[in-house]
Design a protein around this ligand. Structure first.
Ligand code: HEM
Length: 417
């Protein structure tokens, strides 16, 4: 990683620190912490020469940029590609890739749909599903579920993927057939926010098939009555959004609702399995399950980065960013900024993690965050009730993704209570 102070990057601008490391290189995606620290140390605004983009990694400035939607627009894409100058390879999202006023109506519809009433409706069902899943997992082990026996399993496939894949597609109203396409679809989409590197090329041959399946399942006829999907179409019937917007709003749930939660659950399970004292604390104080999840979203932010495009009014710490420049906001780095957090690298249930930007902030702040929290609360509570001790049973394996801090495998050992 070379860091220089140079004026060469931004035309006519003040001298900015320049870092030439590729933020989408394998080394960084495997372990983002060294680049995160280098970016924070370099300054509030850094030029990344590998992609001719700007980077913001300190909490104060990431937070400010997320709030300033006029200065840092989303409508030109939240990936590397600049839809002001480059043609989009797919239809833009009605939410995450829209600025006001276009963003307003779809956002209102989803906020109402995913709000407290829905959470109350789903809580009992998701609690029962989590208990059932944990019970099956523990009783299929050699000890047959007896107290004191030990079960080993992969926390990614058996819980972090399995639980959202069980409850979320039902809530959306998807048929059983084809659900296995959900994770590869959103994996591809989130990879495609980065450059066209080998992670994108690897899955490109399947992209058309996955996207066709999603497009077909955003239509009203493909969705079960009463799920989020048909509720969105009903909002179109009421004139709250246009019929043209409805499939895109449904699609945003396919894109943002599953993989993010999978890797947030993986993050909290990894955090707890590698911090046995924190697991014991959670067993003693199960009321901390929400803190455990929130702290994991801070500590190992599943969504590591998102782009914005600078407009003429964009400033970072008073410094102008050239109009039209792509700006990469490092959410994960902000969430470990020592200027904001005491002992930021510690996973610690005593901390108040609120104020992290793992769900974004401002007008695009995650509209599904409370559903993700509910999924986590149900799953963690079911585990805490049944598992006395949890620890790592082998090395965890990351799955590289241009946007997500994702996991392929987290082997764990659970001693049944
Ligand atoms: C937006 C993270 C779960 C739906 C966002 C953003 C982040 C994020 C960082 C902001 C994007 C930006 O500013 O450009 C996460 C994480 C999750 C999660 C870490 C799991 C722990 C969910 C769930 C849903 C969802 C469960 C759906 C039920 C959305 C949508 C947006 C969004 C539709 C766009 C909102 C807008 O642009 O107004 N999410 N998300 N997310 N999220 Fe989530």
């Amino acid at each position: 990683m070379t860091e220089t102070l140079a004026g060469g990057a931004p035309a006519g601008g003040p001298s900015l620190p320049v870092i030439d490391t590729d933020p989408f290189g394998h080394e960084v995606l495997t372990d983002p912490l060294p680049l995160d620290a280098a970016l924070r140390e370099a300054g509030p605004l850094v030029y990344l020469s590998a992609h001719d983009i700007y980077a913001v990694a300190r909490h104060e400035h990431v937070y400010a940029a997320l709030r300033d939607w006029q200065g840092f627009q989303s409508g030109a894409g939240v990936g590397l590609y600049n839809f002001r100058t480059q043609k989009a390879w797919r239809p833009l999202s009605a939410l995450v890739e829209a600025d006001p006023p276009h963003h307003d109506a779809p956002r209102r519809v989803l906020s109402a749909l995913l709000g407290p009433r829905t959470q109350r409706r789903l809580r009992a069902e998701w609690t029962a599903a989590a208990r059932d899943m944990v019970d099956r997992l523990l009783t299929t082990g050699p000890g047959d579920g007896r107290a004191g026996s030990v079960v080993e399993f992969d926390a990614v496939t058996c819980l972090a993927e399995a639980f959202p894949l069980r409850v979320f597609p039902d809530a959306l109203g998807l048929p059983e057939d084809g659900r296995e396409k959900l994770l590869p679809f959103s994996d591809f989409l989130l990879n495609a926010f980065g450059p066209r590197n080998e992670l994108v090329a690897r899955d490109a041959p399947r992209a058309r098939e996955l996207s066709d399946w999603v497009v077909a399942h955003c239509e009203r006829e493909a969705l079960a009555e009463g799920g989020f999907g048909t509720e969105i179409w009903s909002a179109a019937d009421r004139g709250e959004i246009t019929p043209e917007q409805a499939p895109s709003v449904v699609r945003s749930l396919f894109a943002a609702g599953v993989n993010t939660t999978v890797h947030a659950l993986a993050a909290v399970l990894y955090a707890l399995a590698t911090h046995p004292a924190q697991w014991r604390r959670l067993r003693a104080e199960p009321g901390l399950v929400r803190v455990a999840f929130e702290e994991a979203v801070r500590w190992a932010s599943p969504v590591q980065t998102f782009f914005r495009t600078a407009t003429a009014s964009a400033r970072v710490d008073g410094v102008a960013v050239p109009d039209g420049a792509k700006v990469l906001l490092f959410l994960g780095a902000a969430n470990r900024d020592p200027r904001r957090w005491a002992d930021p690298d510690a996973y610690d249930l005593s901390r108040d993690p609120s104020g992290h930007v793992g769900f974004g902030f401002g007008i695009h702040q995650c509209v599904g965050q409370n559903l993700a929290r509910l999924e986590a609360e149900c799953l963690l509570t079911a585990l805490v009730e049944r598992v006395a001790e949890l620890d790592a049973a082998g090395p965890a394996r990351r799955r590289l993704n241009n946007t997500l801090r994702a996991w392929d495998s987290i082997p764990v050992r659970a001693r049944i209570a």
